[in-house]
Design a protein. Structure first.
Length: 426
């Protein structure tokens, strides 16, 4: 993580402020500004831990605050330790400690054993802008606190960032959810990650998620969740990638599209290609349409690239899909509170009926994809390739990037859909 001087503004400062708050300090509003309140909270945090430092927020500060960013600590069992005693000490629960340490007998802890101790707050933040750095901390925390969540890599982005996939479940029914094909639609990433975290907690506690018992879902299906298809684009759109040659190239590309606000209007990947116009389902027609609209060159949005799957991110998701037998996919975008369910005259069995169920659960309208925008998307290609139900979910209302004050409503609208999507049949 980067160093910041007092007065700096940056989305990753949001996350540092949240970490201070989780640790019991008061930086003030979580606003991404390294102001006097954040500076005072940082100084108190340092004093309480015997850390010295100057006025800047440094890598050492990020390391010291690390447990409050990933949501756990590692503890070596000492004489007299029990889970019942450790839980209140770390403001957590015995159940959370047990879930994070499968195979360890709570009543027979051994001196010298290393335990993962989840801290008493959710790992997934819902009040900060998601960047690739925030995602890395969250992925570390989720997989440590919930070892049944398995992390894999699809490949790398243009800038060499990992394209992660999280797997959860042991059932034969393979389901795929993805988010943030578009950079300025990053709010979809915490929607999927919060669902996964609550699902993992419900499984450990024999509870429910979206009104459904978690354990039967886990036994029936395996969820493959790609939380951020386009990490480079997210970092551009949030302002996290605000220095260096990569950023300068993005600003150069925007010069041909002066009507699109920068950086908040950025949807594309780091090469200026719209990743959801990259799949081999009517790509040539998508090219004709976008060229006809004047989008002939790389830029913030709507450029189809030089060929289908020319970009590493779209190629990685395409290859991963080919390697698995997905029964249903949901691709998360914003905005409009709409569910798109078909591609041209491809009508997989049960796809409309499933879409109607999803619509009823969410309150989102079920609509046919407009022809002018209905080509070369992931959903389009999946329906064409697999002849199985695929959906594009457009969350929220307004103009992307959607404000975080919509998050709670978006999540309430979608949690039932995400749960039933694991098992529904048309």
């Amino acid at each position: 993580m980067r160093n910041f001087q007092p007065g700096a503004k940056h989305p990753d400062i949001d996350f540092f402020q949240l970490g201070l708050t989780r640790a019991g300090y008061e930086p003030g509003a979580v606003d991404g500004i390294f102001g006097s309140g954040t500076g005072a909270a940082l100084e108190q945090f340092r004093r309480d831990r015997g850390i010295t430092g100057g006025p800047d927020l440094t890598e050492a500060d990020w390391r010291a605050l690390g447990p409050f960013l990933v949501g756990y600590v590692r503890h070596t069992v000492q004489a007299g330790d029990t889970m019942a005693e450790l839980a209140p000490r770390f403001r957590t629960t015995v159940e959370a400690i047990a879930a994070a340490n499968p195979g360890i007998r709570p009543e027979h802890l051994q001196i010298g054993q290393r335990l993962v101790i989840p801290l008493g707050f959710p790992v997934v933040p819902t009040n900060v802008r998601f960047t690739s750095n925030v995602l890395r901390y969250v992925l570390q925390g989720l997989t440590a606190r919930h070892p049944l969540i398995r992390r894999e890599s699809l490949g790398q982005s243009v800038w060499g960032q990992e394209l992660a996939v999280l797997r959860f479940g042991e059932g034969p029914r393979q389901i795929s959810y993805n988010a943030a094909h578009h950079g300025n639609e990053w709010i979809t990433t915490p929607v999927l990650l919060k669902f996964l975290e609550e699902y993992a907690i419900a499984y450990a506690d024999s509870g429910t998620i979206g009104g459904m018992a978690a354990r039967p879902l886990f036994d029936a299906s395996t969820l493959h969740l790609v939380p951020m298809v386009n990490p480079d684009g997210v970092d551009i759109a949030t302002g996290a990638a605000d220095v260096g040659a990569n950023y300068e190239y993005a600003t150069y590309l925007t010069e041909s599209y002066p009507s699109i606000p920068f950086p908040t209007g950025w949807k594309a990947n780091a090469r200026g290609v719209d990743l959801n116009l990259q799949y081999p389902a009517g790509w040539e027609r998508a090219k004709e349409i976008k060229f006809g609209q004047g989008v002939r060159f790389p830029g913030p949005r709507d450029y189809v690239g030089t060929a289908p799957l020319s970009e590493p991110e779209s190629r990685a998701l395409y290859d991963y899909t080919l390697a698995h037998d997905f029964r249903l996919t949901m691709s998360y975008h914003s905005q409009g509170q709409i569910i798109y369910w078909q591609y041209l005259d491809y009508l997989p069995e049960g796809s409309r009926e499933i879409g109607e169920t999803l619509s009823a659960l969410s309150g989102y309208a079920l609509e046919e994809t407009p022809y002018e925008s209905g080509h070369a998307g992931y959903k389009d290609w999946f329906i064409q390739h697999a002849n199985r139900p695929g959906y594009t979910i457009e969350v929220g209302l307004g103009e992307s990037p959607l404000p975080l004050n919509q998050f709670d409503q978006i999540y309430r609208d979608n949690v039932g859909m995400l749960a039933v999507g694991l098992v529904i049949e048309g």
